[in-house]
Design a protein around this ligand. Structure first.
Ligand SMILES: Nc1ncnc2c1ncn2[C@@H]1O[C@H](COP(=O)(O)OP(=O)(O)OP(=O)(O)O)[C@@H](O)[C@H]1O
Length: 263
């Protein structure tokens, strides 16, 4: 196993198996006023892996992301990042600075600012909005924003107010706001929700190209989308891992069929 994984991103390989872990959740328990939302949940995401997490409503998918980002503290269990960083000891801001970026289902961009300004603020995320806009970008930062604009097909929209973008373009912009920060792990909650078919196809292509360079955890209900992107799928049910494997494997699992068909 390598010492520090971040210096050794693995090449994209659609059929790779999980190798070195980037994120390890060990026996996580979370309860809300006596209601057990996660129970002994263990999950490992490998470096460069693209993992999809599926499960019926209330299965614990959002709570899982909340635990990883420090929004919710588990009652017990460990969350290890890059093998030796205990995320339970870090604040949400420290976790973000450690390279974990999260995109919520609903796009949250600064609507009154331009696409470029949104990316600029995200890139200098440790200052206030106005301090960010006053501080000058260096050449490297400028290049990074240009690269992300191109990748997300927003080059023609750079000077446009973000509020005037389509829903799908806002989703892309928010993904861009994560990418300019060069995260190691991206947590994406239903990224294709509300997108057109063409935008969904491009999102799938984009995620495939990001895997390998970044690790991705994608929570998604759209099975067609999951089928296009996933290496491995984790099925959550009632706060526990019900099954894990390729989409084909988990779809053939009787326990998964029971949960989805409500038998
Ligand atoms: N702050 C909270 N207080 C009380 N119960 C909560 C809280 N957050 C989540 N829960 C409960 O924990 C369970 C898991 O919720 P969670 O939102 O993680 O599920 P989910 O898989 O993301 O569902 P969905 O697909 O509907 O978004 C649900 O039964 C939910 O009602």
């Amino acid at each position: 196993m390598s010492d520090r994984l971040f210096t050794q991103p693995q090449p994209a390989d659609r059929y790779r198996h999980q190798r070195d872990p980037l994120l390890q959740l060990e026996k996580i328990n979370v309860s809300f006023d006596g209601f057990q939302a996660l129970t002994d949940l263990s999950l490992t995401i490998g470096v460069g892996e693209l993992r999809c997490v599926i499960g019926p409503n209330g299965a614990g998918k959002t709570t899982l992301m909340d635990v990883i980002t420090g929004k919710t503290r588990p009652d017990s269990g460990r969350v290890l990042y890059d093998q030796d960083t205990d995320l339970n000891r870090l604040t949400p801001v420290q976790i973000a600075h450690a390279g974990i970026g999260r995109k919520f289902q609903k796009p949250t961009v600064f609507e009154a600012l331009t696409v470029f300004d949104n990316l600029e603020i995200a890139l200098k995320n440790d200052k206030s909005v106005w301090a960010c806009l006053r501080a000058r970008l260096d050449g490297e930062q400028q290049d990074r924003i240009d690269e992300v604009l191109k990748l997300l097909r927003l080059g023609g929209e750079r000077g446009r107010k973000a509020g005037l973008l389509s829903h799908g373009q806002k989703q892309f912009l928010e993904i861009g706001m994560l990418l300019v920060q060069e995260p190691h792990l991206l947590l994406l909650d239903e990224p294709a929700a509300g997108m057109t078919d063409a935008e969904t196809d491009y999102t799938a292509e984009l995620f495939r190209s990001l895997a390998g360079k970044h690790s991705l955890m994608v929570v998604e209900h759209d099975m067609g989308f999951v089928e296009t992107i996933a290496d491995r799928v984790t099925v959550l049910h009632q706060g526990q891992v019900l099954a894990e494997g390729s989409l084909r494997e988990v779809q053939a699992d009787d326990r998964v069929i029971d949960v989805y068909l409500g038998r």
